[in-house]
Design a protein around this ligand. Structure first.
Ligand code: NAD
Length: 253
């Protein structure tokens, strides 16, 4: 029997780098997966690429409470119970000193990365409460230490660590486990955007700099991050809750 046979999964940011790769791994292991993303075209592309009767897609903005209720309703209609919630959607904002950072973008980063994570947990929670489940929230190494010029992102990734810890305590009596994953730079779109932000026109040099700050001297891959998520989603981690889980090539050591 496959590891996630008959398991039901909701993934936000599901058509992004980490989300899509995780969805594929879950499907390969027999899960039924609903991916949620704001980007309709990317959702369609992901569905066309994966082609599985066990994959469902739903377009929603995680920072809009009504749209979150709508994707939770969709999960209820499809699955009834949700076993695994990968609360993963997020944006990087931009690279800018704190006294020049656009205020509307500060709000947007907090709305998506913090409020969006809370809305998702809040409305998926009732679908998990009866039988238990696993919630994995995507924080970052930016949720463990500061970085200059990306204050809103760092703030948001720290905030969801606190959210995870409180939710883990509330979830324990219901057998709902809650953990964060905390990747260092991952080799995908988000890092291309940040490299360009830190060193406009010199993205490759910025990448090299980042890589040198990582003891294992490279970025993580989407697959490696998905592997960790799979572990935290599975019964192999059934005694693990309330934890932060760096996947960072030694960066925070
Ligand atoms: P990505 O940009 O490929 O994926 C993010 C996805 O979230 C995209 O598909 C995007 O459309 C979606 N999204 C953005 N705003 C949304 C909204 N309002 N509602 C619904 N969906 C929305 O990048 P990724 O690396 O796959 O990012 C996934 C998570 O990993 C994010 O939370 C990110 O902060 C975190 N993370 C990424 C890195 C990295 O280096 N890429 C490192 C640490 C943590």
């Amino acid at each position: 029997m496959k590891k996630f046979e008959n398991k039901t999964v909701v993934i936000t940011g599901g058509s992004g780098g980490i989300g899509t790769t995780t969805a594929k791994q879950m499907l390969d292991e027999g899960a039924k997966v609903l991916i949620v993303d704001i980007d309709k075209d990317a959702l369609q592309k992901t569905a066309d690429e994966i082609k599985s009767e066990n994959l469902h897609v739903f377009a929603a903005d995680v920072s809009d409470e009504e749209q979150v209720k709508a994707y939770a309703d969709k999960a209820k209609e499809l699955f009834g119970h949700v076993d695994i919630f990968f609360n993963n959607a997020g944006i990087e904002g931009k690279v800018q000193p704190l006294d020049e950072y656009p205020m509307d973008l500060f709000h947007k980063v907090i709305d998506i990365n913090v409020k969006g994570a809370y809305y998702g947990m809040r409305y998926i929670w009732p679908l998990m409460k009866e039988k238990g489940g696993s919630i994995i929230i995507t924080s970052s190494v930016a949720g463990m230490a500061g970085t200059a010029n990306v204050l809103p992102y760092v703030t948001s990734k720290h905030a969801i660590v606190g959210m995870m810890r409180s939710a883990a305590l509330e979830g324990a009596p219901h057998k709902i486990r809650v953990n964060t994953i905390n990747p260092s730079p991952v080799d995908n779109r988000m890092m291309r955007s940040l490299e360009e932000g830190f060193a406009p026109g010199q993205g490759d040099a910025a990448k090299e700099n980042f890589e040198q700050s990582i003891p294992l001297q490279r970025y993580a891959t989407n697959e490696e991050v998905a592997n960790l998520t799979m572990f935290l989603a599975s019964d192999d981690s059934q005694f693990i809750t309330g934890t932060i889980n760096p996947i960072d090539g030694g960066m925070t050591a």
